[in-house]
Design a protein around this ligand. Structure first.
Ligand SMILES: NC(=O)c1ccc[n+]([C@@H]2O[C@H](COP(=O)([O-])OP(=O)(O)OC[C@H]3O[C@@H](n4cnc5c(N)ncnc54)[C@H](OP(=O)(O)O)[C@@H]3O)[C@@H](O)[C@H]2O)c1
Length: 309
């Protein structure tokens, strides 16, 4: 990407989009275009057509999506499927129509079958049934990968897809019901500390294993891949390291300084038992994460304190 290239970061106020935006600024890119969802509703086909026709971006990072945790995914099943399909269909099609040089589509590790062997290799896509709670979201993301591939095959578009593991970082969503596990735990422990609660009750058994990547590390990987990866299919982005939800909770508890007890509510859904990315392809290309989980949680907690307390 040339330093004066016109780059559209879709979803620039979100956790991922804002990290990509910061990374591009840091690397000296100044011709960045952004729109909030209020200014440009990416579900609106005509609005997206008009935007691409007028702006003619050369590169696109598609980090706009309807995103949420397990409860939001399961409750708003129709919205997660419909809105994500609309957003990605409109942006990918208009990127083709307007000759975008390269587009990156961001998916998520939930595209893998629920019981796929671990760690998750890229070739396990579509080899089994999906996790029921986030199936609509995963179906939309799989459609996005296939769409990028189809436009590459039929129209020779350089559209690539990346599937990040669970993310956390600056500008995360700390909504009490709609957030992902790590920010939800930060909020819970923070509130428990402030309210001097005796215990914190955690949804699920605490035994599922999860992997977490700091969003600024993801942005660094996206930037790296935008220059070094031009293939069909997709690439996993993660750390290749995981831990149990219980160990994660203990880590967050200690960072926040909550001194009460931890209990687990096994009546709540656990989701997939383990979700660890195989990142050997990414490592072979020459990229590795830099921020440790402990360091990243400390930074995320600082950001939470500045914005939400
Ligand atoms: N969070 C994670 O753990 C995680 C993990 C793996 C992959 N990802 C992927 O990363 C991408 C971004 O996730 P995120 O965590 O950054 O989400 P986020 O913080 O919720 O941000 C989503 C962004 O999408 C924009 N958006 C949503 N609906 C829109 C619409 N109809 N029109 C225009 N813009 C719209 C929002 O814009 P406004 O702010 O202007 O409303 C927001 O900035 C997603 O594709 C997601 O699948 C996330």
């Amino acid at each position: 990407m040339e330093k004066n290239a016109k780059i559209y970061v879709a979803g620039h106020r979100g956790m991922v989009g804002s990290a990509i935006y910061r990374k591009l600024q840091k690397e000296g890119y100044s011709n960045l275009i952004t729109r909030t969802s209020a200014e440009l509703d990416l579900r609106n086909q005509q609005a997206v057509t008009d935007f691409f026709t007028a702006e003619q971006p050369q590169y696109v990072f598609l980090a706009a999506a309807k995103v949420g945790g397990i409860i939001a995914n399961n409750t708003y099943r129709a919205d997660f499927l419909y809105e994500n399909l609309c957003i990605q269909n409109n942006v990918i099609h208009q990127a083709y129509k307007n000759g975008v040089k390269k587009l990156m589509f961001l998916g998520s590790s939930c595209i893998y079958p629920k019981l796929a062997p671990q760690p998750l290799k890229e070739e396990y896509l579509l080899t089994g049934l999906l996790e029921e709670t986030n199936e609509p979201y995963a179906i939309a993301k799989i459609a996005g990968i296939k769409m990028a591939d189809a436009y590459r095959a039929q129209y020779n578009c350089n559209f690539i897809s990346v599937m990040p593991t669970n993310l956390y970082g600056y500008n995360d969503n700390y909504h009490p019901q709609n957030s992902h596990v790590l920010p939800a735990l930060i909020r819970k422990f923070h509130e428990a500390k402030v309210n001097q609660q005796a215990e914190v009750n955690i949804w699920g058994s605490g035994t599922p294993m999860r992997e977490f990547l700091f969003a600024d590390d993801l942005a660094d990987a996206c930037y790296f891949l935008m220059q070094n990866y031009n293939e069909t299919g997709f690439l996993n982005i993660g750390t290749g390291e995981d831990l149990t939800i219980k160990d994660l909770a203990i880590l967050i508890k200690n960072i926040i300084g909550f001194e009460g007890e931890l209990t687990f509510d096994s009546s709540k859904p656990d989701g997939t038992p383990r979700k660890l990315m195989d990142v050997s392809k990414l490592h072979a290309l020459g990229w590795k994460h830099k921020v440790s989980l402990e360091e990243g949680i400390k930074l995320a907690y600082q950001d939470f304190l500045e914005k939400h307390s």
